[in-house]
Design a protein around this ligand. Structure first.
Ligand code: ZN
Length: 372
């Protein structure tokens, strides 16, 4: 069971006891002070520490430095209050912590940070097993692209044009496998990197029934997660002229949280369809969580992409000039606003260099400036 060290902060402890956290199966050790946190860290070697930046004795920033020096793989999240000077923010950024959260926060914000830092599945990121069947038997093949319109396959054995195939999707939630009949509409032989030959296949679904369409849409476009108070809609893949948001409208009641971490690409027609969908959506209010870089880039150019909603967290491109490592980091809007849009600096996970924000702040953060 992953062990997490937490400051004795009633808000944190309340969130960590929420049902959404139970599936992460975290074991908690609660530290009453900075000194206690350091003692417990040494005794238990947790994989993660969620600490108040201001604590009696050793502060959270000092602890983050000590923890990172002693066990660099430990994920350290600091919790700060809303009132923070730019100088304090820089100090927090310079201490090597992996993430900064601004209190008060929602359980969802904390969940996103913990799940991402620990590399654990987030809600709506449920796994499926997908296989291709030919004549009822699994084909030795990989799927390179799956959509509601068709599937592209690379097979190690030859497949003829017109061959009857099936895409078997087995959700891990135990709801049962779905076989979707598919037909190879074109095939092409190609040399494989291992020296043999492979067959690239484009297949379509001749008869897509409602259940199959729903499973494919969940897999490739969105997933609706019903929680106690709010509805969480996880959007995935590409937003293009082919994306039909209207099928989502029935789910849009009450308050909605959109999770956009898996949105990979948005073209202008997709942006337009999305804005129209948001405008017409009969919902009270909505928030955007873990927005992907492509979504943020659109949101900073086109105001209507976030509509009446607010962005609570988003990914941003980061780069280490020393070793050229690149990665995307999840940032909290509240933390950025508290620091007057000065992006935090992180410790590079690959070398002793610094991971710096790698875009133009006035361009990338434009969507935040509009909110205030
Ligand atoms: Zn580096």
């Amino acid at each position: 069971m992953p062990l997490v060290l937490v400051s004795n902060n009633s808000e944190l402890l309340r969130h960590l006891a929420a049902p959404t956290f139970r599936r992460l199966e975290l074991e908690q050790k609660v530290a009453s002070s900075g000194d206690d946190a350091w003692a417990q860290f040494q005794a238990h070697k947790p994989i993660m520490a969620i600490l108040d930046a201001e604590m009696a004795g050793i502060t959270g920033s000092e602890l983050a430095e000590k923890i990172k020096a002693s066990a660099p793989a430990t994920r350290v999240v600091l919790v700060i209050g809303k009132r923070l000077t730019g100088e304090q923010m820089r100090r927090v950024g310079a201490c090597g912590c992996d993430e900064v959260l601004v209190a008060p926060m929602s359980a969802d914000e904390l969940y996103d940070v913990v799940a991402i830092q620990l590399g654990m599945p987030r809600r709506g990121a449920e796994r499926y097993r997908i296989e291709i069947l030919a004549e009822g038997k699994p084909l030795d093949a990989n799927i390179t692209n799956l959509s509601v319109d068709g599937v592209r396959i690379v097979s190690k054995v030859p497949v003829a044009e017109g061959a009857a195939l099936a895409v078997r999707i087995t959700p891990e939630d135990g709801s049962g496998a779905v076989d979707i009949p598919a037909k190879a509409v074109w095939t092409q032989a190609a040399a494989s990197s291992s020296g043999g030959t492979k067959t690239v296949i484009g297949a379509e679904y001749p008869n897509l029934d409602d259940r199959a369409r729903e499973v494919l849409a969940r897999l490739t476009q969105w997933e609706v997660v019903h929680e106690t108070q709010r509805i969480r809609i996880v959007l995935k893949g590409d937003f293009t002229e082919a994306t039909r948001f209207d099928e989502l409208a029935d789910s849009m009641v009450g308050r909605v949280d959109f999770d956009l971490a898996q949105v990979r690409y948005m073209n202008s027609l997709g942006v337009r369809a999305w804005c129209e969908f948001l405008r017409a959506a009969p919902i009270q209010g909505y928030e955007f969580h873990a927005c992907s870089v492509p979504f943020v880039l659109q949101a900073s150019m086109v105001e209507d992409v976030v509509g009446r909603g607010t962005v609570t967290s988003f990914f941003a491109p980061y780069h280490c000039a020393k070793c050229d490592h690149q990665e995307e980091r999840l940032l909290q809007s509240a933390a950025l606003l508290a620091s007057s849009l000065e992006p935090p600096v992180f410790q590079c996970p690959k070398c002793d260099g610094q991971l710096m924000f790698d875009d133009l702040p006035e361009r990338y953060f434009a969507f935040l400036q509009r909110n205030d």
